[in-house]
Design a protein. Structure first.
Length: 277
């Protein structure tokens, strides 16, 4: 069984290897009846900010300032995420008011039917299923995470995908442009599979996600594997001085010639040889 120092080391490795500019976020889900984290080690958003805020805002302060937050329903101002995705509050005729609010006052999709159908595959917690959740920078986490969220560039995302699929897995993610960080978290927790998300409007407007940032979600059960597999992909086609790392050493690979030699990777040559046979 891993202790907190193991997870902190994973966080440090992710930052160092992928050249991350913000901290990976460790998320711990608390089911009803579970002991809450000590108040002296965490901050409640509604106390820190003086009012409830969107979960995206708490993510921002965690990954950029290194703060740890314990979040319950009263800490979340974004009612769709609080009601629909986290199930921390229950509305009458749940969850119809959430879809109706989007259709009447936002218009993210063409109409009410489109609001519902575009979210048909969303993962959600049932009302009352969880009591709250903790977010903490992974490299200094105060609890064993259930899920890790990484905000990163497409370059780092590509390496994370290669690491997560190195042993044969395949990543399937759903996109509809909204509630990306919330439903990405819930889906990863429930499926125990890695997930990808493109920051939605809330993540950008309230969470300060940048134009060059994507999100990658890792369940605890796959965290060690992903960290250990970073930069292993393509190891057979490159020499020891030209590993697929950041920054990339090889800037040109293809059929052009350099000093009379093609720069074709060996697997291309192998396929051509086999084709002739």
């Amino acid at each position: 069984m891993k202790d907190l120092n193991d997870y902190k080391k994973f966080g440090e490795e992710l930052i160092d290897k992928l050249k991350l500019t913000t901290f990976p976020i460790a998320v711990k889900i608390f089911k009803n009846g579970e002991e809450k984290p000590p108040s002296g080690k965490t901050i409640r958003p509604n106390q820190f900010f003086g009012e409830a805020v969107a979960t995206c805002t708490s993510h921002l302060w965690c990954r950029r300032s290194g703060l740890s937050f314990y979040i319950e329903g009263e800490d979340i101002s974004c009612s769709p995420s609080c009601y629909l995705y986290f199930g921390l509050e229950e509305a009458e005729n749940h969850p119809e008011p959430v879809y109706e609010s989007w259709a009447r006052y936002a218009g993210f999709k063409r109409n009410l039917a489109a609001e519902k159908s575009s979210r048909a595959t969303d993962a959600t917690f049932k009302p009352g299923e969880i009591e709250g959740f903790l977010i903490s920078p992974l490299h200094i986490t105060i609890a064993k995470p259930d899920v890790v969220i990484i905000f990163c560039t497409p370059l780092s995302l590509g390496h994370l995908i290669l690491a997560a699929t190195y042993d044969g897995d395949c990543i399937n993610s759903d996109f509809n442009g909204m509630e990306a960080s919330c439903k990405g978290l819930v889906k990863t927790y429930q499926s125990k599979k890695c997930n990808i998300a493109c920051p939605g409007l809330g993540d950008r407007m309230l969470g300060n996600a940048q134009d060059n940032e994507m999100m990658f979600f890792i369940p605890e059960s796959k965290l060690e594997m992903v960290v250990n597999n970073i930069f292993k992909a393509g190891s057979k086609q490159q020499g020891p001085k030209s590993k697929m790392m950041i920054p990339h050493i090889i800037t040109s690979v293809g059929s052009q010639r350099m000093y009379g030699q093609t720069a074709d990777p060996p697997q291309w040559k192998y396929v051509r040889r086999e084709k002739k046979n």
